[in-house]
Structures are given as structure tokens and as C-alpha cells.
Design a binder for this molecule. Structure first.
Ligand SMILES: NC(=O)c1ccc[n+]([C@@H]2O[C@H](COP(=O)([O-])OP(=O)(O)OC[C@H]3O[C@@H](n4cnc5c(N)ncnc54)[C@H](O)[C@@H]3O)[C@@H](O)[C@H]2O)c1
Ligand SMILES: [Zn+2]
Length: 443
């Protein structure tokens, strides 16, 4: 279908409690162009569970086209919006370039007059002023406090969390305050948990600034901190009012962090979206070169997958657990090797290879999937094996306290069937797990 010839007046989807009126965005057009990934809007995604409990690949249906972001130069660009459908706790994810220069997006989700921005010592010098400006421009009634935490996974603990409460209490914030998480997954998880607990719950907005946070941690409401005996063992489910993803923030992200986030992008393809995995195989060079439209598409599609899973299973009674492909092995690496040695996505990448190896040993997938997983992770320069210091015993002792242990049985996310299909199960041959651990560990 010809692209520029087909122009229609704009009808934007509902966002939160308000609906954007077309007249608020003059100059935008809908464009039918199926070759442009940004022109596709996702409706519902069908998930079916087959006989063997296999979660089949989700069908993402491209239907109504969404705004083409390149059409208007004169007006601000309209964000792509992915809705997280959770009844009265539904919220929008705004995705796009330059969104921190759009104060109205943030301000419509701020309740009350007091805001606390939670960020860290790396992100604050880069984006804190911009965010304070976005919160206050044309809005003199709002006052913004900020708390700048030390940077690093090793600070994702109770002591650092207390600094957020100290600041909130010293500033006499009340129940109508809004907490804003500005940073990567560590900040998002901690700020979200603080928002859930402060005065038994205040409003919360996520402004994720890493790929990891933009494609995964900021969406879905899992918040929390680590314990020395395991990652994310203390936390709460707590949904934000909105997630604002300004893709421009990725321009300052170190390469290693970019790659770490891509491990989660790859995960979505493997567990439920074969078409997306195939897209990644073709477009990985663009993603690594930070091509803005490739990144925007990967973020959007990842958020759609995550939003769909979370809408179907918010509290992780089954389906949501599949988002943890590679994470049981990965968490063992993060804990056993010490937080901060390997990035989360690096540990997840090695963990994914181990889960895929085990799936193959069980005869659940064919070797072409094993090869494709190795190949895509190698393209991203992510690890395809755990650190050499990891032993079978280290894996076993950390995995024994994994949150997915039920009645003493360790349930795992394993691939089963064609690309894009997985299971969450404790029903597997223990020998396959032992064989995988011995294949990847020297002792
Ligand atoms: N809640 C969830 O559902 C969920 C899902 C996945 C991961 N997580 C959690 O997320 C955490 C990992 O998140 P992460 O990978 O974002 O790590 P991170 O938050 O430590 O950020 C990585 C590094 O990048 C820096 N940084 C952030 N944004 C930047 C930017 N725009 N420019 C330059 N530097 C920037 C940070 O200061 C940090 O040094 C882990 O704690 C993990 O458990 C949670
Ligand atoms: Zn993860």
C-alpha cells in the first residue's frame, strides 16, 4: 500500500483517565505502511496453552496503524503508546524520542503538589534537571525534591532504601505525593518499593533510562530490593501511574549496558514471539549501532509482550514466570559470583544458554534453536557460559532458595516445541539438570 498517499485524521488511544483529542496534536496523520514497524499498532495477543502445557508463541496482530513519527516536523512528535491493561490500575507506556521535552505527558500523571525524584549519582548529572523542568514547567504549584542514591546493584538494599524514606519524611511528603524513578532497573525497583511502602502507598512514575529498564523492569509493577542470600527477595507488586520512555536517554548508555538490556529483548522472542526473534536476527547490527528506529521498535515490541503477559497474570501464578527464562541460572550466577561482577543481562544471557541446553537434552527443542540462541548472543557479545569460578554446588545452593521453588521442587522455564514456545514446569528429568550443570561447570 502506498504510504504517503494514505493520510487520515488522527485518533489517539485513551491514556490513563483522559483521552487525547486529535486537535491537541495538529499536523499528525496516520500512515498505512506495513513495512514500517512503527506504523503498526497491536491489538490483543492470543496466547494458547497446548496439551503438554506448552505456552505457544503469542500472535501479535498488527491492525489499526499508529502515528508515523516522521510525518510532522512542525509539531512535537507523538509518542507511541502501549497500554498495560490492569482494570482500574491500567497505565500507559509512552515511547519516543524527546519525550522529556513534553511536560504535559508527565504532568497529567502527577497527583498532588509534591514530587520526589529518586535517581543515582550517574544519572542525576545527565537528566535530573531535565526531569525537574518537565515536572514544573508551566506548573508553579508543584515542588520537586530529589534524592541521589549511590550507583550500583550492590546498593539495592535496605540501607539505601532508607535514604529514600529519610528524604520523604524530612521533606514532610504526604499521601498525595508522587515518587518518580529516574534511572535503570536498580533505581526503578527501589523507588517503586519505596512508593509502595511509604505511607502505605503513594503515586509512582517510572522514567527508565537503560534498555533493561525500558524493555523490562519499569513495566509490570515488580519492585524490590536484594538480600545478601538472594536477589529481589524482598519486594511488592506495585504498579506505576505511567512509564515514560525517552529513547534519547540511551545515547549516554555505555555499550555494555546496552548489550545487557538486549538479553531481555532476546528473551521475549524465545519465550513467546518467534517473529520478533527473527526480526532481531536481521536487525541486531542496527540495534547495536543504536539506530533510533530499530531501538524504538524493539522497545515497543518488548513492552507489548511484557504488557500482555502482565495483563494476563499480574501476580505470577504461571504465565508471568515465563519472563524469567534464563533467570534461575542467571540469579545463581549473580549471587554466587557477587552482585555487580556481571550485569543482570549478562547473567541472564549465560542462564538462557543453560536453559536452552537443558531443553535440548530433554529432547524438547531441536538443535537449530540452540545454534540460533548462541549466534544471536554472540552477535551482542553477551556471555554464552557462566564464569569459570561457578561450581555445580554454587548453582544448586542458590537455586534452592529461588522464588520458583514450590514444595521443595525447583520449577524452571524451558523451551519446548518450535521457536517462541516455552513451559514453566517442575516436571523434568533431574538428570538433564545435573548434566547441564556439569557441562557448564568445571567442578
Ligand atoms: N522489576 C522487574 O520486573 C525487573 C526486571 C528486570 C530487571 N530488574 C532489575 O533491574 C536491575 C538491572 O537494571 P539495569 O540493567 O538498568 O541496571 P542499573 O539500574 O544498575 O543501570 C545500569 C548502569 O547504567 C547507568 N545508567 C542508567 N541510565 C543511564 C543513561 N541513560 N546513561 C548512562 N548511564 C546510565 C546506571 O547508573 C548504572 O550504572 C536489576 O536489579 C534487576 O534485578 C527488575
Ligand atoms: Zn531480567
Amino acid at each position: 500500500m502506498a504510504s504517503t498517499a494514505n493520510r487520515f485524521s488522527l485518533s489517539l488511544p485513551s491514556v490513563g483517565s483522559s483521552t487525547l483529542k486529535p486537535k491537541a496534536f495538529p499536523g499528525f496523520f496516520l500512515k498505512f505502511e506495513n513495512s514500517n514497524p512503527l506504523s503498526l499498532r497491536v491489538n490483543r495477543v492470543a496466547v494458547s496453552v497446548s496439551n503438554g502445557g506448552v505456552m505457544r508463541s503469542a500472535r501479535i496482530c498488527a491492525s489499526a496503524p499508529v502515528i508515523d513519527q516522521s510525518v510532522s516536523e512542525a509539531s512535537p512528535r507523538a509518542p507511541t503508546i502501549v497500554d498495560v491493561d490492569l482494570g482500574d490500575r491500567s497505565y500507559p507506556i509512552y515511547i519516543g524520542s524527546g519525550l522529556l521535552d513534553r511536560p504535559e505527558l508527565l504532568q497529567r500523571h502527577v497527583h498532588g503538589k509534591r514530587v520526589l525524584v529518586v535517581t543515582n549519582s550517574t544519572v542525576a548529572p545527565l537528566y535530573l534537571d531535565k526531569v525537574v523542568d518537565a515536572l514544573t514547567r508551566g506548573n508553579p504549584n508543584v515542588s520537586v525534591e530529589s534524592v541521589i542514591l549511590p550507583d550500583g546493584e550492590k546498593y539495592k538494599n535496605m540501607e539505601t532504601l532508607m535514604k529514600v524514606f529519610d528524604k520523604a519524611i524530612e521533606s514532610r511528603l504526604d499521601r498525595r505525593s508522587t515518587f518518580v524513578a529516574l534511572g535503570g532497573g536498580v533505581i526503578g525497583d527501589m523507588c517503586g518499593f519505596a512508593a509502595a511502602a511509604f505511607l502505605r502507598g503513594v503515586n509512582f512514575i517510572q522514567i527508565p533510562t537503560t534498555v533493561m529498564a525500558q524493555v523490562d523492569s519499569s513495566v509490570g509493577g515488580k519492585t524490590g530490593i536484594n538480600h545478601t542470600l538472594g536477589k529481589n527477595l524482598i519486594g511488592a507488586f506495585y504498579q506505576p501511574q505511567c512509564v515514560l520512555i525517552d529513547t534519547d536517554t540511551l545515547n549516554t548508555l555505555p555499550d555494555r549496558e546496552l548489550a545487557s538490556g538486549l538479553a531481555e529483548v532476546i528473551k521475549y522472542g524465545l519465550i513467546r514471539d518467534a517473529e520478533f526473534f527473527e526480526w532481531q536476527e536481521k536487525h541486531m547490527p542496527g540495534l547495536l549501532a543504536r539506530d533510533p528506529s530499530a531501538l524504538a521498535y524493539a522497545i515497543k515490541r518488548s513492552c507489548e509482550n511484557k504488557a500482555e503477559v502482565v495483563s494476563l497474570d499480574e501476580k505470577e501464578s504461571g504465565l508471568r514466570a515465563t519472563l524469567n527464562l534464563g533467570h534461575t541460572f542467571g540469579h545463581a550466577i549473580e549471587t554466587g559470583f557477587g552482585y555487580g561482577q556481571w550485569l543482570h543481562g549478562e547473567a541472564v544471557a549465560a542462564g538462557t544458554v543453560m536453559a536452552v541446553d537443558m531443553s535440548y537434552r530433554l529432547g524438547w527443542i531441536d538443535d537449530s534453536i540452540v545454534r540460533r540462541v548462541h549466534s544471536i548472543l554472540q552477535q551482542v557479545k553477551l556471555p554464552t557460559a557462566p564464569p569459570q569460578t561457578m561450581t555445580v554446588e554454587m548453582f544448586k545452593s542458590v537455586m534452592a532458595v529461588d522464588k520458583k521453588v514450590a514444595d521443595g521442587l525447583l520449577r524452571l522455564i524451558l523451551l519446548k516445541g518450535p521457536l517462541g514456545s516455552c513451559v514453566f514446569t517442575g516436571d523434568y528429568d533431574r538428570k538433564a539438570l545435573d548434566d547441564t550443570l556439569h557441562a557448564f561447570c568445571k567442578s
